[in-house]
Every structure is written in structure tokens, then in C-alpha cells.
Design a protein around this ligand. Structure first.
Ligand SMILES: [Mn+2]
Length: 438
């Protein structure tokens, strides 16, 4: 693949000589960090460019590019591989740097870098963009930290491929083993309270519960505050892990892993925390803040921190609301939050509930929240052996109308607000009927 990257870089440098460049990237952490790496690379060689962050690459949008971006070189990051035939219709030079499944064949106007073409190991789009950038100028090695944040964002950090290991080395990352709670670099009591990587019964969103747990394992304040996760000694760490394991459905193998500490604004930060911050900002509609944060803008960082703190607070309040207002049926848990939980986090709430120790394996979790004139519904399964929630939602939607999507263990749908009661009735009937069938 390295050879293909070098060829692509040469072609890119040749094509952009007298042209403007447009970067189009995905709105998750991997896409944002990819865009930041590319933007910094172009700045360095003094090239004019613009950036567009999108949720999905839609055909209607691609069609507008022939008019809007006439004569520009288009660079698609962390997306594009799934719609090569659409991109082939563009009359300008197209570069795709992506790691998603490929559908269609690239034509002569297109250069694509995708590990699927080379039977290569797993790598994030930000990792690929970084390799591209480094092939333009070795000095771009300083951008490796962004590639690490993107890698963590796409959860490609479990089994590190050779390529990823090289990128970690370039980034001077400090790797430590520990529970995957973030940030690992800040006082442990806050990290536990806002633990949303997995749900800790009686601890997540519960400051009193946090203090009880810390007392139980014998971790005390020192100089007025608690140590951070990475400052705990081996004994404290293993006691803490045991206490956490008693309160989640996860196994030790699932909650322990590598903690990546990367340089960001001249400080060592937990890559997971940065990734979560970028993701939260972008998904809440502030992708330009997320991008500016990755471009070292201090003002953007302040704003991003506010948005993220607010998001975390909303999330733990939502979890507590769900806890107090849920309806427990046979084999299912239903939370109809109406306007009490934002539609932007209701899916996350469902995911976190499905990881709670409280519910039996196979329990179906359904959460609902108002989204303007519609209701957003998210469904999850606790553990691995449960009902097919995509089919359940699908069968309800067929009766009352609306859109649905997802897969067997995580699905969602959108229904008109005036169908709320009808939906609830049909859903509960379906959920109860399914139990009888089993
Ligand atoms: Mn990606």
C-alpha cells in the first residue's frame, strides 16, 4: 500500500498545481481528525482549500458538486468508497482516502486509497490520511497524534496492526494498561461519575455512589483531591477493577485495555477523552468547532470543552431519568422520555442501559424521545442472546408507518408524534407476543 500511497501523492501534487482543493469528510472523530490532518498538510504547502463535514455522503449532494466545485480537486475522507459509481460521474479529479467497504469501480479521474484494495490490515481513515500526508512531507510526522485520536475513535485499538503500531510510534504515544474509563488523566472520582464507556451500576451518574466505591477500595484524597487513573498504584488499580467488575455485565477482558496518552495542546491527554469530545461536538451539530479544536484553535477548545461538559452532564442526568421513569415488562424495559431526554443522546442512553448489570441477558431495551414533530426510538439488546430488535421495530413500523433501520442487536426508528400512543400499544403487544412465542 505504501507504494500506492506514493503514486497517489505524486498524482495529487501534480493535479493541485493551479487548482483549489475541497475536502469532504465524515462527521465522526475519524472523519474530523482526517480532515484536520489534510488541512494542516495543505496549509504547510500553502494551498488554498475548503472543508465540508457531512453526516452521510448523499447522492443529491454529490450531484451538486459538478456545478459548485467546478475545476476543484475533490478529496473524500473516511467516506466515498461505498458510492464510487456516483463519484465517477464527477467531471473533476477525485481522491478518496477511506477504509469502508468498496462498491463500484474507480474510473480514470479517480485515485483511491483503501486497505480493502490491498488486502491490508485494519487502519482508520485518519491513519491513511496521515500516511498520505507524511508521504507529501516527512515533517508532517507531527500530525500522528491526530491519527491516534481517530484510530481510538473508530475503536481500532484492540488488536494493533503493524501500521497502527508505526503511527503510535510516530506520535510518541504513552501506552498504559488499565480500565477503559476516561479521562485517565483527571481525578478518578469525576472519571467514575461520568463513566459512559460502560455503565457501572450505582456509580455512573451517582456522585455519592462514587465516593462509597472509592472508600470501599481504600482510595483516599491526597492533597485535597483524588489521584487520576494513571497515577494509581498496582494494588489500588486491581482493587478498583474488582469493585467495578462486580457492578457491570462486562468481563475483565472487556473493561481492561490500552490507555493512550497523546500530546495535545502541549499536554499529555487521554486519546479516548479527546475522541469523545470531538465526537460529541460534531454529532451535536458543531463540527466546525470539532475541526478547529483539532487545528489547535484555543478558542474552539474552550467552546468544545463547554459543549462536551454539558453533553456529559446531560447524559448522566438522562441515565438517572431513565432509571426513575422506566417501565419494566416481561423481557423488556421501556423508557418513554418525551421531551425530558434530548433526541441526540437517546440512542446512547439505550446503549448504556443495555450494558447495565441490572437486566437479564436477552432483555430488550427501548428508549423514545421527541425530535421536533417526530419521535426517535432506539432499541438495544442486553448481552448477545436476545430478540432481533430490527425485526421488532420493523413489524411495528409496517403497521403504523415511519422509517426504521439498524441491525439485530441495535436498531432505531422515527415515527410521527401523533402516533405515539398507537406505537406504544403496538410495540408492547409485539414485545409481549414475542415472549409467548419463545
Ligand atoms: Mn472511519
Amino acid at each position: 500500500m505504501q507504494k500506492a500511497i506514493e503514486i497517489a501523492v505524486n498524482k495529487f501534487l501534480e493535479k493541485i498545481q493551479d487548482k483549489k482543493i475541497k475536502i469532504i469528510s465524515h462527521h465522526d472523530t475519524d472523519g474530523i481528525t482526517s480532515a484536520a490532518i489534510f488541512a494542516k498538510t495543505l496549509k504547510r504547502i500553502d494551498k488554498e482549500f475548503s472543508v465540508k463535514i457531512v453526516k452521510n455522503l448523499e447522492r443529491e449532494y454529490i450531484e451538486t458538486l459538478n456545478e459548485k466545485s467546478k475545476g476543484e480537486v475533490l478529496v473524500f475522507l473516511d467516506l466515498g468508497s461505498g458510492c464510487l459509481s456516483e463519484l465517477n460521474k464527477l467531471k473533476t479529479n477525485v481522491f478518496v482516502i477511506d477504509h469502508h467497504e468498496i462498491s463500484g469501480k474507480p474510473d480514470n479521474n479517480m485515485v483511491i486509497i483503501n486497505p480493502h484494495l490491498f488486502n491490508e490490515e485494519e487502519i482508520s481513515a485518519s491513519g491513511l490520511t496521515y500516511l498520505f500526508s507524511k508521504a507529501i512531507d516527512g515533517g508532517n510526522k507531527t500530525l500522528a497524534n491526530l491519527a491516534v485520536i481517530g484510530m481510538v475513535g473508530d475503536m481500532l485499538d484492540k488488536e494493533l496492526s503493524k501500521l497502527n503500531n508505526k503511527i503510535l510510534k510516530d506520535a510518541d504515544v504513552l501506552v498504559k494498561k488499565g480500565p477503559l474509563l476516561y479521562p485517565a488523566t483527571r481525578p478518578i472520582h469525576k472519571t467514575l461519575e461520568f463513566s459512559s464507556s460502560f455503565f457501572i451500576q450505582g456509580v455512573t451518574g451517582n456522585s455519592k455512589g462514587v465516593l462509597n466505591l472509592l472508600q470501599e477500595v481504600g482510595i483516599k484524597k491526597e492533597n485535597g483531591t483524588y489521584k487520576s487513573l494513571i497515577e494509581l498504584d498496582q494494588e489500588e488499580l486491581s482493587k478498583l477493577i474488582t469493585a467495578i467488575l462486580l457492578r457491570t455485565t462486562k468481563s475483565s477482558g472487556e473493561i481492561i485495555g490500552n490507555i493512550y496518552l497523546v500530546k495535545f495542546f502541549n499536554r499529555l491527554e487521554d486519546a479516548r477523552e479527546l475522541s469523545a469530545m470531538i465526537n460529541a461536538c460534531s454529532r451535536l451539530g458543531h463540527s466546525s468547532i470539532a475541526l478547529s479544536l483539532c487545528l489547535d484553535n484555543k478558542k474552539a477548545r474552550k467552546i468544545a470543552e463547554t459543549i462536551y461538559a454539558d453533553y456529559k452532564q446531560n447524559l448522566v442526568s438522562a441515565l438517572n431519568f431513565a432509571e426513575q421513569n422506566k417501565i419494566e415488562g416481561t423481557g423488556y424495559v421501556l423508557v418513554n422520555a418525551k421531551d425530558k431526554i434530548k433526541d441526540t443522546i437517546i440512542g446512547t442512553v439505550a446503549s448504556i442501559l443495555s450494558m447495565s448489570r441490572k437486566y437479564e441477558e436477552g432483555t430488550t431495551i427501548v428508549t423514545m424521545s421527541y425530535d421536533n414533530e417526530k419521535i426517535k426510538v432506539s432499541a438495544r439488546v442486553v448481552g448477545r442472546n436476545g430478540r432481533n430488535v430490527r425485526e421488532i421495530l420493523g413489524s411495528v413500523i409496517e403497521k403504523i408507518g415511519g422509517e426504521y433501520g439498524g441491525h439485530a442487536s441495535a436498531a432505531g426508528c422515527l415515527i410521527p408524534k401523533d402516533k405515539e400512543k398507537q406505537f406504544l400499544d403496538t410495540l408492547t403487544k409485539t414485545l409481549e407476543l414475542e415472549v409467548v412465542k419463545i
